[in-house]
Design a protein around this ligand. Sequence first.
Ligand code: ADP
Length: 297
Amino acid sequence: RVVVVGSANVDLVVPVPRHPTGGETVLGGTLERHPGGKGANQAVAAARAGGADTTFVGALGEDESGELLHASLSGAGVRTDLVARVAEPTGTALISVDPNGENTIIVAPGANSLVTVGPAQAERLAEADVVLAQLEIPLEAITAAAAARREGALLVLNAAPSRELPPEVWSAVDVLVVNEHEAADLAGRGDGTEPADLARALLARVPAVVVTLGGAGSLVAERDGEPVHVPAFPVEPVDTTGAGDTFCGVLAAALAGGAPLADAARLAAAAGALATTAPGAQESVPTAAAVADLARH
Ligand code: ADP
């Protein structure tokens, strides 16, 4: 069983000929609305692509965006009974994309700033094999989720967006998942530092680290051995949005099923690769059958 504690956002995406500068108005193309947010994306991935019994702990507003997120989560088979409906608007990301694919993103956290772990959430967390969290919600919720775990359950933290964490959060983490930029940030090194060095530096704080490297795969490092490179599966990417979230969700699902970390990372890589072959975040999450099929090759 997997419990994901995190954010849910509606992504409002507008194609623009170029990004506006201060005080300027730019006419864009057709508005698209997609269900997103790292927490909800990872929950959809754990359920649909990872095949895990998955609960999402998060907060949505009493609005149309909340309905969109709710439909996406339950459509993927995620349990939504512990999602709070709160008196703040659903989290919203305002995204503009220029012809080079370069985007700018503004996030209004809204309901995500009210994510809490109450008694009902704590009870479900105590039944989890893996608790998966990211950093788009209040730290108190992450700390409470870590505390509610049963003995032996794993806390997987995707430290995105990267920010400084108190020692009690670091000491609770079993597996840290970060991309290269987040790894460099947290290790206090410059971008361009060797990923293996970043992983080794982060092992001083947590027992296991996965550094994702986009089309170059990922690096899995544990305290008792040398970092292992897990190659990416070759695909023709059309939109890499959601690849990292799909990777995290499937990694958590595989760990909950008892897989060793390197095997879980290989399955997560197959899912992440497939997620790049379709647009959107939650909409691009592949099925467990498609993931198993690619991972067999
Ligand atoms: P993030 O989106 O968080 O920066 P990454 O871009 O590192 O995350 O992607 C996460 C994982 O998804 C990678 O480790 C890899 O396994 C897979 N992936 C991402 N981009 C590609 C790609 N172009 N081709 C194949 N696999 C990819």
